[in-house]
Write a new protein. Structure first.
Length: 269
C-alpha cells in the first residue's frame, strides 16, 4: 500500500499540473458519481492528508485513497487536444480530470468520494498528526501512542489515528533504526521520542524522492535495511533478517491489514 511519502509526492505533482486551472471535462467512472460534472470549475489546490489525497474545488472536495494498487498519472495534452496515451489500461481508470493542457487520471483507486470540505474534514478527523503536514505535532503523536501502552510498537505505528502516513515499509525500517523489536509494547519502548523523530525524518527525506531509501545511498545499493530482506544477512551485523507476523487479535483491534514485519534479531531488542 502506498505510504505517506508516495501520496505527498503524487499530490505535489497534481498540484503543479492542476492548481489554478479550469477543468474542461471530468469523468468519474464509479456509479455513485457517474453523473457529476466538474467542468468549468477551478482546481484550488491538491494536498495530501496522511494516505489520503484531496483535490479542492471551493465548495467541493474530491478525496481519494490509493489502497493497494491505486495511482494518479498526469499526461500533457497536445495542441489539438488529442487524448494522450495512458500507461495503464483504460478499464482501470476511476477518475479523469482534463484542463486545456493536462489530463489527470486516477487508476485503480481504492476510495473515491466527492463531498463538501466540511464533510471531507469530518471523514478524516480520526487521523493523528500528519507526519508531512502543517499540523505535525510530535507531542500529540506521543500521547496517542501511549494511550494504548500494551499495544506493540509495530502495530501502533501503522494505526493512522496515532500518526498519519506510516505504512508497512516504514514501520519495519523505523523499528530497525530505533533498535527495537516491532513486537515490543509501546510502554516498554525506552525512547519513544526517538521513534517519533525517526518517523518524521524518514518520511520527510523521502517525500520527493522517486526511489524511496532509508539507507545511506538513494541511487545505489539496497534501499532498505530490513524490509523485504527476510533470510538475507543484516547489513550491520550479518545476522539473518527475519520475516514474521504480528498477532491476529492485535491486528484486528487496530484495524491493520498489513501483517508482515521484518527485523534483525541481533540489532533489535
Amino acid at each position: 500500500m502506498p505510504e505517506g511519502d508516495t501520496v505527498f509526492r503524487q499530490a505535489a505533482v497534481l498540484h503543479a499540473a492542476l492548481a489554478g486551472e479550469v477543468l474542461t471535462a471530468s469523468d468519474f467512472r464509479v456509479p455513485k458519481y457517474a453523473t457529476v460534472d466538474l467542468s468549468g470549475r477551478t482546481v484550488e489546490r491538491v494536498i495530501a492528508r496522511g494516505k489520503h489525497l484531496l483535490m479542492q474545488f471551493g465548495d467541493l472536495t474530491v478525496q481519494s485513497h490509493l489502497k493497494m494498487e491505486g495511482t494518479w498519472h498526469v499526461y500533457p495534452r497536445d495542441a489539438q487536444g488529442a487524448r494522450p496515451r495512458w500507461r495503464r489500461p483504460a478499464h482501470t481508470a476511476r477518475c479523469v480530470l482534463r484542463t486545456h493542457d493536462q489530463e489527470a487520471v486516477g487508476f485503480s483507486l481504492g476510495e473515491l468520494s466527492i463531498s463538501s470540505p466540511a464533510e471531507a474534514q469530518e471523514k478524516l478527523a480520526h487521523l493523528g498528526p500528519d507526519l508531512l503536514g502543517p499540523d505535525w505535532d510530535s507531542t500529540e503523536a506521543s500521547r496517542r501512542l501511549l494511550s494504548a501502552p500494551r499495544r506493540s510498537i509495530g502495530v501502533a505505528l501503522l494505526d493512522q489515528s496515532n500518526l498519519a502516513g506510516i505504512g508497512n515499509v516504514f514501520r519495519s525500517e523505523i523499528c530497525f533504526l530505533a533498535g527495537i523489536l516491532p513486537s515490543r509494547p509501546v510502554s516498554e519502548v525506552a525512547d519513544l521520542a526517538r521513534v517519533i523523530e525517526l518517523s518524521e525524518k524518514l518520511l520527510n527525506v523521502n517525500r520527493l524522492r522517486i526511489r524511496r531509501c532509508t539507507t545511506a545511498n538513494p541511487t545505489a545499493g539496497p534501499p532498505y535495511w530490513v524490509y523485504g530482506r527476510g533470510g538475507k544477512p543484516c547489513m550491520r551485523c550479518g545476522t539473518r533478517v527475519r520475516k514474521s507476523e504480528l498477532g491476529e487479535a492485535e491486528l484486528r483491534e487496530a484495524a491493520v491489514e498489513d501483517r508482515v514485519i521484518y527485523f534483525c534479531p541481533s540489532c533489535q531488542s
